[in-house]
Design a protein around this ligand. Structure first.
Ligand code: PLP
Length: 445
């Protein structure tokens, strides 16, 4: 396998060189890491030190939902920092109380009380502990094609190969098949019935089923409409909770507030991060139903962090949700998502290496195939934990040379732009992808 080229094929500058020497690149062989210095970011675009300007077609790590210049959020953070930069979790701030209430309003059903942390992985850790404390059971069923975070509990419930170097992980985690009609031997609805059988065979010792309602980094997998309602029924039939991990699919990404809203399902616990602050501050949140919250009136809530409800982070969260509401960005994601979907279908018609397109709203994936009308992936799951670049990486690199940053995971390009992206910017990114897909077309068998 060839080594990854430095960004844009150019030499690292001094900042990039020092960074590479002294800062770990995440999820990488360090020899492959080539950090790119960003010097400016505005709206749905960013500029690198070598003068490159890119449409951000993946909101960085599917998190900059408001784009890069949401003044209301920046002002709210600054104002809070000047008032009180930090208070311990035993104290509160106006923004913390208001954000707790706001989350109870925008999340579905009876979800009403939130634990704040600083990242998606911590939100998942809290969800696992809460489910275990509440049910008195230990096991958590999650799925193979999933990512739930990098800390020990979350990586143990993660199904993708990133978990393998961390195994055996925490005890009591069980993996189930996925609703992935294109790439799995099981039909999605057969896979959910198999989970029913798994819980039966586990003898009702399962505390929770944990899923991304629409799988994100493992390929934008959208289940059939009946899947998630059935999964909730299965969980409850076996005395287990349904946890929806909305870290990537939440906050308008799908054209609804949350991925589970697409299927009209109210989970028992929901995890959030990323779009919660549009990445202006690190904030994670785990919200539970009032029934689960009530349990902790008389049972200790045995969990917490120094930075739980950090004033600057919750100020950002509140201002971010207010911005989604004031600027009608959830509806906008739906409309613009329709346009992005159409443009992707045009690409698919022109490029034989597009195997399948999937997605809703501004949460879309293009899965590639080496052979037309057959599923023969270019990138495999084990590439995720190996060195070097794949054809899918080359597609993304070529799109970048042509003016758009597009994230790619395993065999799928992940399209998840800021909800504020303009049609012109979408067109620029689609042209760039058009150039990128010529690379995979040329690499077909
Ligand atoms: N859960 C999901 C669905 C995610 O996509 C991610 C990150 O991509 C996480 C959890 C972990 O979030 P973080 O990287 O903020 O810890």
């Amino acid at each position: 396998m060839p080594e990854r080229e430095p960004s844009g094929g150019s030499e690292l500058n001094e900042t990039e060189r020092v960074d590479k020497e002294h800062v770990f690149g995440t999820w990488s062989f360090q020899k492959d890491v080539s950090p790119t210095q960003v010097v400016d970011a505005d709206g749905a675009q960013f500029t690198t030190a070598d003068g490159g300007q890119y449409v951000d077609f993946s909101s960085q790590l599917m998190c900059s939902n408001l784009g890069h210049s949401a003044d209301a959020v920046i002002d709210a953070v600054e104002e809070q920092m000047r008032k009180a930069a930090y208070v311990s979790p035993g104290y509160t701030t106006d923004a913390r109380a208001k954000l707790g209430k706001k989350l109870a309003e925008v999340t579905p059903g009876d979800l009403s009380k939130t634990f704040f942390s600083t990242s998606g992985t911590e939100a998942v850790e809290a969800a696992i502990k809460i489910a275990r404390f509440y049910t008195g059971k230990q096991k958590v069923v999650s799925r193979y094609r999933s990512y739930h975070g990098a800390t020990y509990g979350s990586i143990s419930v993660t199904g993708d190969p990133r978990r393998l170097p961390a195994e055996p992980g925490i005890p009591g985690t069980i993996k189930a098949p996925d609703p992935y009609a294109y790439g799995s031997t099981l039909d999605p609805m057969e896979s959910v019935e198999y989970i029913d059988e798994m819980l039966e065979l586990e003898g009702d010792t399962v505390a929770a089923i944990l899923v991304e309602p629409i799988v994100g980094s493992n390929g934008i997998l959208v289940p059939p409409d009946e899947y998630l309602p059935r999964l909730k029924e299965i969980a409850h039939d076996h005395g287990a909770l349904l946890i929806c991990d909305e870290v990537m699919s939440g906050f308008g990404r799908t054209g609804e507030w949350f991925g589970c809203d697409v299927f009209d399902v109210e989970p028992d616990i929901m995890t959030m991060a990323k779009g919660l602050t549009g990445a202006y501050q690190p904030l994670g949140a785990t919200i539970v139903t009032s029934e689960i919250a009530e349990h902790f009136e008389e049972n200790m809530f045995c969990h917490g962090h120094t930075y739980s409800g950090h004033p600057a982070a919750v100020a950002a969260g509140l201002a971010t949700i207010e911005t989604y509401q004031k600027e009608n960005l959830i509806d906008r994601a739906n409309e613009m998502g329709g346009y992005v979907g159409e443009r992707i279908e045009e690409l698919a018609a022109d490029h034989p290496s597009v195997g399948e397109t999937r997605g809703v709203g501004l949460f879309r994936g293009i899965e590639l195939s080496r052979r037309a009308d057959e599923r023969v992936p270019f990138g495999t799951r084990s590439d995720k934990i190996s060195s070097g670049s794949t054809v899918v990486d080359e597609v993304a690199a070529t799109a970048k040379e042509n003016g758009a940053y597009v994230a790619n995971m395993i065999n799928t390009l992940i399209i998840a732009p800021p909800l504020t992206i303009t049609k012109d910017e979408v067109d620029t990114a689609i042209d760039a992808l058009n150039a990128g897909l010529a690379v995979s077309d040329a690499a077909m068998d």
